[in-house]
Design a protein around this ligand. Structure first.
Ligand code: GLC
Length: 418
């Protein structure tokens, strides 16, 4: 693989170093990110060999959890620090980072990106009409299931509960794993139940919080609470993040898993106990008349406005999001490309056969309200995960949590002025 990366870099890169470059070109990314291991390091070494006059690229491993990554970057950027040049941004952070003036404007590369990318990822990198990041990968959650234990994926969450509980009991394994710890990932899980039952958080222009009186909001929350009580959710669900869920599922200890595309490549690794035993489908619907609604996730590369190596950082962002590099990431670590043409690429399909079939899952995925709430998204999200968690842990009833949450969100929304 290193060979491929070197050839690709040599083929598509760039002129020499930046005149007047300062220090290293620091690429800030999560410590456990699949690409921060071997693949990312290979790219860095190849890049540095091809750019002997610098700046030299160096990976700065941030904490494992995206929430901690966001916080660490925010601390640096709020202090106008040039420490990190290239920022690995969750799609829900664009508005906040752009609004706070932390990002270099990438309008110059918009035309190049817009014409070859899916709409959702481009919008996720846009704030107030300007482009602030280069789309790298788009995420929509899948339902992973054990093909040796169930014939076909369930169509509704109700069916999933019935099958999961029965099959889990027969085999002495957990029926379902997903993300229930109090953090962004749990908000996403809740939203999928809410959207799948036809509900929403705000009215279409984001001026009014509307979910508190929406029966789907209660249905979604009660589904989560009941699933914890009935044992549909694996023990420890309310502390699980993506990797906890994956570890249980991949070790053969769950029938179903809700997770992002990255879990596919790992589940099919040569030493994976679930190799050859995993099917992938769209998430179940909220009910027979509901929708299969995944949440739009994903990651983009942005450039620190205070960087002293802006040109080199933009060049590296361009390279990392190029078709060649997105293809490599799709094959090696099942990162879903943001470039639709790659969904027909035969090398990618050979490794991830579901990718072509599930393209509509990505194009139909629903964005979280960060594009409405801008810099307040993190606050909205944490109010949310606290409310859901209080219900799951039995500290408050579902109705009570939702009423309180609606009040808080209405206050934060300042009549849609956010
Ligand atoms: C994935 C998604 C990201 C989301 C996060 C939640 O990394 O790509 O958008 O916020 O999961 O845990």
């Amino acid at each position: 693989m290193l060979g491929t990366a070197l050839v690709l870099i040599a083929a598509s890169l760039l002129s020499g170093g930046e005149a007047g470059a300062h220090g290293d070109l620091v690429w800030a990314t999560g410590a456990m990110d699949a690409r921060a291991g071997g693949a990312a390091q290979d790219i860095v070494e190849a890049w540095n060999q091809l750019h002997p006059s610098g700046p030299k690229v160096r990976i700065e491993a941030l904490p494992d959890s995206p929430g901690d990554q966001r916080q660490q970057m925010a601390i640096e950027l709020a202090a106008k620090s040039s420490e990190f040049d290239l920022l690995y941004l969750d799609v829900v952070w664009t508005g906040e980072f752009a609004e706070r003036g932390w990002l270099a404007d990438l309008e110059d590369i918009r035309a190049r990106i817009k014409d070859v990318s899916l709409q959702g990822p481009v919008q996720s990198a846009t704030w107030k009409g300007r482009l602030w990041a280069a789309p790298l990968t788009t995420d929509a959650a899948f339902l992973y299931y054990r093909t040796d234990l169930v014939d076909h994926p369930p169509k509704t969450w109700k069916e999933l509960a019935e099958v999961g509980l029965r099959v889990g009991k027969e085999h002495g394994i957990a029926p379902f794993v997903g993300q229930g710890a109090p953090y962004e990932g749990m908000v996403v899980n809740y939203l999928e139940y809410l959207w799948g039952s036809g509900g929403d958080l705000f009215n279409s222009d984001g001026t009014k919080v509307q979910f508190g009186n929406d029966p789907s909001a209660l249905t979604a929350l009660e589904f989560m609470r009941n699933s914890l009580q009935s044992g549909l959710y694996a023990p420890g669900f309310n502390t699980m993040k993506e990797e906890d869920a994956r570890n249980v599922f991949q070790s053969g200890n769950a029938v179903f898993m809700r997770n992002w595309p990255y879990a596919w490549a790992l589940s099919q690794a040569p030493d994976s106990p679930t190799k050859g035993k995993v099917g992938v489908s769209a998430l179940p619907k909220g009910g027979s008349d509901g929708k299969n609604t995944g949440t739009l996730g994903g990651w983009n590369w942005a450039v620190n406005k205070y960087s002293k190596n802006t040109k080199a950082a933009v060049d590296l962002a361009k390279y990392l999001t190029s078709p060649e590099e997105q293809k490599r990431a799709a094959i090696e670590v099942s990162f879903n490309p943001t470039i639709p043409a790659l969904y027909k690429d035969k090398d990618i399909l050979a490794k991830n056969p579901f990718i072509g079939e599930l393209l509509s899952t990505f194009t139909n995925a629903v964005a979280r309200p960060s594009r409405v709430t801008g810099s307040k998204y993190n606050q909205v999200s944490s109010e949310f995960w606290n409310a859901v968690h209080e219900t799951l842990s039995g500290k408050s009833q579902a109705e009570e949590s939702l009423a309180k949450l609606e009040k808080t969100l209405t206050r934060l929304s300042r009549n849609g002025k956010w």
